[in-house]
Design a protein around this ligand. Sequence first.
Ligand SMILES: CC(C)(COP(=O)(O)OP(=O)(O)OC[C@H]1O[C@@H](n2cnc3c(N)ncnc32)[C@H](O)[C@@H]1OP(=O)(O)O)[C@@H](O)C(=O)NCCC(=O)NCCS
Length: 142
Amino acid sequence: MGNPFTVSLVSWHDGEPLLRAIRETVFIREQGVPEELEWDGLDENCRHALALSLQGEAIGCGRMLAKGHIGRIAVLPQWREQRLGTAIMETLLAEARAQGLSRVDVDAQTQALPFYRSLGFVEQGEVFMDAGLPHIKMTLEL
Ligand SMILES: CC(C)(COP(=O)(O)OP(=O)(O)OC[C@H]1O[C@@H](n2cnc3c(N)ncnc32)[C@H](O)[C@@H]1OP(=O)(O)O)[C@@H](O)C(=O)NCCC(=O)NCCS
C-alpha cells in the first residue's frame, strides 16, 4: 500500500500559509518556542518540504537553507511514527544531492536524536541551548 500522504518541495511564496500553520501548532504552541525565534527571517531563502494528507490537509514540513542546513522539521502529533518525518527528510536530502551538496547538517533537539540517527546523521560537538531547548549539531555525508 502506498503512503497516505505526499511530500513536495515548495517556495515560501507558494507555501507560506500552510507552512506557518504547521509550525505554529508544533513549535510555538506544543513546544513553546517564542514567535520571534520561530519566524527568523530565513524562510524566504529556503527550499521547503510540505506534506499533505490525501484529503489535502497540511500535516508536516521542513526546510533547507542554501548551504545544506536543514531544520524546522515538524509533523502534526496525530501523524507521528508513520514515517512522515522520514519522507520529509528524504525529500530535502534528494534536493541537497540535486544541488550537488556533499554534506548536510541539522541542529537537532536532543529529544529528536533517535529520529536523525535513523537517517544516518552523526552528532558533532556538545549540547547547546536554543529557544530554551537542548540541541546538538549533527551532520550527514551525502
Ligand atoms: C521528530 C519528528 C519530526 C519525527 O517525525 P515522525 O514522522 O514521527 O518520524 P518517523 O515516523 O519518520 O520516525 C523514523 C524513526 O525515527 C525514530 N523516532 C521518531 N520519533 C521518535 C521519538 N519521539 N522518540 C524516539 N525515536 C523516534 C524512530 O526510530 C523511527 O523509526 P521506527 O519507524 O523504526 O520507529 C516528530 O516527532 C515531530 O514533529 N516532533 C516535534 C517537532 C520536533 O521535535 N522536530 C525536530 C526538531 S530538531
